[in-house]
Ligand binder design. Structure first.
Ligand SMILES: C[S@@+](CC[C@H](N)C(=O)[O-])C[C@H]1O[C@@H](n2cnc3c(N)ncnc32)[C@H](O)[C@@H]1O
Length: 277
């Protein structure tokens, strides 16, 4: 039977169309296509490994993990771009069911087994991971990936103590709170980060046209399904985000992070220069 979603969560028809367009534009390029197939297979294995623990949390948690890890370019992109420095202590704010922890643990397994793409920077082999998640059900599902330096707690990032971290990750979270609360979270993130720390912040660019509005619509629906009260989302343009982070002392680079989706998401990589706060 034809499946519309591949094992990695990619829409099959989209993958097929992209392949046909590439073939028409560039012709057959054997080594590049072999390489692409190799990476695709590797990613499929990674998704399966990372999602596996969620079987113990129920069918929804497992299917959600497979779909999100396979379809959201952020997880693959963090590894492909080497955005998490080695042996980091990670703080993941609004961590949902802890998918990033599961993904990084799978990366550890793959790298230790010598199954690591040679064109990627080395695997991050994180020191510790701490996730904070507002919704009790998500925090509960995340329990299946805790232990061995991974912890997930139920809490509100507007009030939680961030302690200290080398890397703070915030993927698609801040727009759920008003701008003043976002600023307060970012100020506390800045103080929690070590002098040479990194902030990985994914946002929707409010100047991004219909892809931005589509992602906001999807986010609103998903938030209600997760148990949040309906409410408006609070967004900024990419250039506003960039200058606001720069004003906090971050050197900022931006990476488009919505490949394979119809959204306008961008990952801001904020680096501190080693100066104490
Ligand atoms: C779109 S999901 C992203 C989840 C996760 N970052 C990921 O990429 O898989 C946004 C998450 O932020 C959480 N969240 C929203 N407001 C929060 C808050 N004030 N404190 C902690 N978590 C929050 C939501 O409950 C939800 O799990």
């Amino acid at each position: 039977m034809l499946r519309w979603i591949s094992a990695s969560g990619q829409p099959l028809l989209v993958g097929l169309l992209v392949g046909i367009i590439k073939y028409i534009r560039h012709g057959y390029n054997g080594p590049a296509m072999d390489q692409l197939q190799h990476i695709t297979r590797w990613k499929t294995e990674m998704v399966a490994t990372a999602a596996k623990p969620y079987r113990a949390a129920g069918r929804f948690a497992w299917h959600f993990a497979r779909g999100k890890l396979g379809g959201d370019p952020a997880f693959f992109g963090l590894l492909q771009n080497g955005l998490i420095p080695a042996k980091s202590r990670i703080l993941d704010l609004g961590c949902g069911q802890g998918l990033l922890a599961a993904w990084l643990a799978a990366a550890d397994v793959a790298s230790s087994a010598g199954n690591w793409p040679q064109e990627f920077p080395p695997a991050p082999q994180v020191a510790t991971y701490r996730g904070i998640e507002l919704m009790p059900r998500d925090a509960q599902r995340a329990k299946v990936v805790t232990g061995n330096g991974i912890s997930v707690e139920q809490g509100d990032i507007r009030t939680a103590d961030f302690a200290s971290a080398d890397v703070v990750v915030i993927l698609d979270v801040l727009h759920y709170m008003p701008l003043s609360a976002q600023d307060d979270v970012l100020n506390r993130v800045r103080r929690a980060l070590e002098p040479a720390g990194t902030l990985l912040l994914r946002i929707g660019d409010s100047a991004g046209g219909w892809p931005f509005h589509l992602s906001n619509y999807v986010d609103s629906v998903v938030a209600i399904a997760r148990g949040h009260k309906p409410g408006r989302l609070h967004c900024r343009t990419l250039s506003q985000w960039k200058s606001d982070l720069e004003n906090l002392g971050f050197a900022v680079t931006t990476i488009p992070m919505s490949q394979g989706t119809p959204f306008a998401n961008v990952l801001l990589v904020g680096k501190l220069g080693g100066a104490a706060v």
